[in-house]
Design a protein around this ligand. Structure first.
Ligand code: FEO
Ligand code: CA
Ligand code: CA
Ligand code: CA
Length: 565
């Protein structure tokens, strides 16, 4: 059955050209404004906390919007609109005084950096033009590297996740490197912990374990946390990194709720978590592991669910699978169990990458967001790029020769793979796959690096990353790539957001970001009239025009007031 609204649908906007400037561009007939910037207040007491010269003081740092906005989702209590938004990482250079030279010098500076990351939950209200933050809303909340959490699933309580501060291994603190997002069918937020490894370091010489090597844990922490907080010191707390790299569930509508880390969904560098349902009602979550030569995963719950039923156990009792893509354009989900891997279940979950290698999963070109088509049983994963494909093995992992869905060595452009489960059932064990698009540059190349037929000089891009489907069945694609506009990237301009028609393959450019920024994170207002779009790590002094660059969420709407998604 072909979806009616997407089949052959003309784009409702006039595609725009590339940009190389420090501005946002959207099509004619659309407007935009900044919704919230790094350092903007969530509470009245933090009004004026941000200074263009000095940023945010530590005492206000958990009362403002965090830095480096990423995945986000919209929620409603039936009346009010609430956004949950990830802050992936922090730029110490603009958060700390110049004298710090980009590294915290004491525990207070460490706390400032911790508080600028994590998750922001905030109420927004339609003020007529693209919404504004509601200061002091009871929903407003920051969840940081220090927030108390719990853990469930088969790895919770195991020896691998016990620490001195938490000998039971069930009460971890903090969620970190919150990259992409997801929304459960029952209306809670999933935040995905990506490059958690970089937060840990050792203050004394020690030998790295196999698991640490595969996950890149070791060396010096990127923010020197380990020098001021023992929790991050591998010499004192070698199991602390095992408490990160999970999918964590937050209830944005209950400000008193405790976030839960779901170990059943596996531990890796989680990009996002796309939840759908199997034909029999089981919960299915698709997940990418963003590292060169790592894998795509699927979780399937044991129990089933329908609207209004309890959600207990749905994300703690189930089976984790990893994808094998065969060159004949079929594929199979390989279960990761003690029988298939010879590993105990807690090791399978904490070291999912090692388990995936044991069963012969397919090495991928950096799996970023997965998005499922709401009008058809199929899912898409952005494989952003992989300079090592065909060149060398991934760090601590498998060899990565070219293979079916990763057909180019030294892949600097990326592609989007799509799979259709057998029998139109996300719970099926097998699927067929194809490439929705292979990005490239037809201006510079006339070989495989020119890209697939749906890539033209008018719509080209590199490094697809964020993706989401709108309710009309269109695939929105955000890029996080090379924006030099030179060499093999000539004619591609700044990072951008495009809209793809899944039926015809047509792709059109909808938005361009300021130079230096990536576009990441996309959700819509409940009435679909406003799209919220994340602009991460802008360059220059965007958007203020003076002072520091400020990562921001923008609101985009149609000037005629019609829905845009
Ligand atoms: Fe945080 Fe893979 O992007
Ligand atoms: Ca990303
Ligand atoms: Ca990326
Ligand atoms: Ca990023």
């Amino acid at each position: 059955t072909r979806p009616v609204s997407a089949a052959g649908a003309a784009f409702t906007f006039e595609p725009i050209g590339i940009a190389t400037d420090q501005e946002i561009h959207v099509p004619n007939g659309y407007g935009w404004k900044t919704l919230v910037r790094w350092g903007d207040p969530l509470f009245k007491e933090a009004e004026g906390a941000y200074s263009p010269e000095t940023g945010v003081p530590v005492e206000m740092s958990d009362k403002v919007f965090g830095e480096n906005t990423d995945g986000m989702e919209t929620f409603t209590d039936g009346e009010k609109t609430i956004l949950a938004i990830n802050s992936e990482y922090v730029n110490p250079e603009i958060n700390l005084p110049a004298e710090a030279e980009g590294m915290p010098r004491d525990a207070s500076e460490v706390l400032l950096l911790k508080n600028m990351q994590g998750v922001t939950v905030m109420e927004i209200a339609d003020n007529g033009e693209g919404y504004a933050v509601v200061l002091d809303s009871p929903y407003n909340r920051r969840i940081t590297h220090e927030t108390q959490m719990t853990m469930d699933g088969p790895a919770a309580g195991s020896d691998l996740v016990r620490t001195n501060a938490d000998p039971e291994g069930r009460s971890p603190k903090g969620t970190m490197n919150n990259c992409g997002s997801g929304k459960t069918l029952w209306g809670t937020y999933l935040t995905c912990e990506e490059n958690f490894n970089g937060y840990f370091g050792a203050t004394a010489e020690r030998e790295a374990t196999e698991g640490e090597v595969r996950y890149g844990v070791g060396g010096e922490g990127r923010y020197a946390y380990e020098k001021f907080d023992e929790r991050f010191d591998l010499a004192k707390e070698p199991n602390e990194p095992n408490r990160h790299g999970w999918v964590t569930e937050i209830d944005p509508l209950d400000p008193a709720s405790t976030p839960v880390k779901h170990t059943a969904l596996g531990r890796f560098k989680h990009e996002n978590a796309e939840m759908v349902q199997a034909a029999d009602g089981r919960i299915v979550v698709y997940m990418g592991d963003d590292e060169r030569g790592e894998f795509i995963y699927r979780y399937v719950s044991k129990g089933t669910w329908a609207e209004g039923q309890p959600t207990e156990g749905l994300l703690s009792e189930g089976t984790l699978y990893v994808a094998r893509f065969d060159d004949d354009m079929t594929g199979k989900w390989l279960a990761l169990t003690p029988e298939t891997t010879g590993m105990p279940i807690e090791e399978i979950l904490v070291f999912s990458r090692i388990a995936g290698s044991k069963v012969g999963a397919t090495t991928m070109d950096r799996p970023e967001w997965v998005a499922a088509n709401p009008l058809r049983v199929e899912a898409y994963c952005a494989l952003t790029n992989n300079k090592d494909r065909g060149v060398k093995a991934n760090a601590g992992g498998d060899e990565q020769p070219v293979n079916g869905p990763n057909p180019r060595d030294t892949n600097n452009f990326g592609q989007i793979v799509r799979w259709r489960p057998e029998g139109e059932d996300h719970g099926a064990e097998t699927f067929t796959w194809d490439l929705y698009v292979m990005a490239g540059n037809p201006k510079v190349y006339n070989n495989v690096y020119a890209g697939s037929d749906n890539v033209t000089e008018g719509n080209m891009f590199n490094s697809p990353d964020g993706m989401a489907f709108s309710s009309d069945g269109m695939l929105w694609i955000q890029t996080d790539g090379e924006d030099s506009n030179e060499g093999e990237f000539e004619g591609q301009g700044n990072n951008q957001m495009l809209v793809g028609n899944p039926e015809t393959g047509e792709i059109a450019r909808f938005l361009t970001a300021p130079k230096g920024a990536e576009v990441t994170g996309l959700c819509w207002s409940p009435d679909m009239k406003v799209a919220f779009v994340g602009i991460q790590h802008p360059g220059g002094a965007w958007p203020d025009g003076n002072g520091k660059p400020r990562s921001s969420v923008i609101a985009v709407w149609r000037e005629d007031g019609k829905a845009i998604g």
